[in-house]
Write a protein that binds this ligand. Structure first.
Ligand code: 13P
Ligand code: SF4
Length: 341
């Protein structure tokens, strides 16, 4: 166990990284003993920690090697020089890391961390849709299982869905878009295509974002004049229409960084607001958020335990055939997202 002086120095590092704004001194000290041990084991095991921006702040401030949205983390994991990737996020993200790195060990410290979107569609349902709309390419949100990705032509994230669809609509009249019906509606509005005719949606939704109501937006507009309302494209179109900006998690952070507003409402999962407060201590944030119970399953204790001795379910496995097909769809996303088209 690390000594008292080492823990105190680590606690000061965590405070400086922003935890002081969010946590009590005794909680930071307790976290420090764990982050010291995790960072020591990481070196010993040649492991890197990928931490999604919705994760708990002590993970983001204390142990992350990579922090970002789904897209950035997939890219970072692809080029990671490590034997092991520890994924602090949800299962579909860890699976994406495994698909791109079949030779590496990928650990998911919270093996039950799912996602309502990922749970909303099966491979059989994708195949049935393909039969119903022959010739239409399948464009699939990254929030899906490896098996569903393997049935898809191209993966997208919130950071690039509009661009990728725009490119594909140049060659195709009809595109199947899975599985988020609200994101499909937002994209159809943005691209000026007909939902159900040009863009064929599935019936999934994010259990966190689908619940934000336009009435709440109207209330906050009155209560905080001049405040900017930001949300994620997984929210309902009626809510997105009331917001000043809709974008993926990294795009929302960029918006805060590049705008001067009296306050910001980050209408998304709570972790993004906590990270924004740590990154931009001079700016004001109005708390309005919902917890994603899946995203919040990972604690420092789980990470430490997984690094020491992973339990059943914490080692992510994707069968080789599925991984090859799914990787092709993920790489198609990288190719189009980074093209000059
Ligand atoms: P981002 O890709 O924008 O980080 O979104 C991931 C997610 O799960 C949103 O709910
Ligand atoms: Fe899935 Fe929604 Fe949680 Fe993101 S916030 S992981 S989309 S349930």
């Amino acid at each position: 166990m690390p000594g008292r002086h080492a823990v105190e120095a680590e606690a000061r590092r965590l405070e400086k990284a922003g935890l002081k704004l969010l946590c009590a001194a005794q909680d930071i000290r307790a976290a420090a003993a764990l982050t010291l041990e995790i960072n020591r084991l990481k070196k010993l095991r040649n492991a890197v920690l990928a931490v999604h921006v919705y994760q708990r702040p002590e993970l983001l401030a204390g142990v992350a090697d990579f922090t970002g949205d789904s897209y950035q983390l997939a890219k970072d994991c692809q080029s990671a020089k490590a034997d092991t990737i520890v994924f602090c996020g949800v299962r579909f993200m860890a699976e994406t890391a495994k698909i791109l790195n079949p030779e590496k060990r990928v650990l998911l410290p919270a093996p039950d961390a799912g996602c309502s979107l990922s749970d909303s569609i099966t491979v059989a349902q994708v195949r049935a849709l393909k039969k119903k709309h022959p010739g239409a390419p399948v464009v699939t949100y990254i929030n899906t299982t490896a098996e569903v990705k393997a049935e898809s032509d191209c993966i997208v994230t919130s950071a690039n869905a509009a661009k990728i669809l725009r490119v594909l609509f140049k060659k195709h009249k009809k595109i199947i878009f899975l599985p988020d019906r609200l994101m499909a509606a937002n994209l159809a509005a943005e691209l000026g295509v007909k939902l159900g005719k040009d863009l064929i949606p599935w019936n999934g939704a994010c259990e966190v974002h689908e619940r934000f109501s336009p009435a709440v937006a109207a209330h906050y507009r009155k209560a905080y004049p001049g405040a900017k309302i930001l949300t994620h494209p997984e929210a309902r179109p009626e809510f997105v229409a009331q917001a000043d900006y809709s974008g993926g998690t990294s795009a929302m952070l960029d918006y805060v960084r590049t705008h001067k507003a009296p306050a910001y409402l980050l209408v998304t999962e709570c972790g993004l607001g906590e990270l924004a407060r740590m990154r931009f201590p001079g700016k004001n944030f109005v708390p309005l958020c919902r917890i994603c119970s899946h995203m919040k399953l990972t604690a420092l204790e789980n990470v430490l335990q997984a690094l020491k001795k992973p339990q059943a379910g914490q080692t992510v496995e994707v069968d080789a055939k599925t991984a090859v097909k799914a990787a092709a769809a993920v790489r198609k996303m990288f190719e189009i997202a980074e093209s000059g088209e």
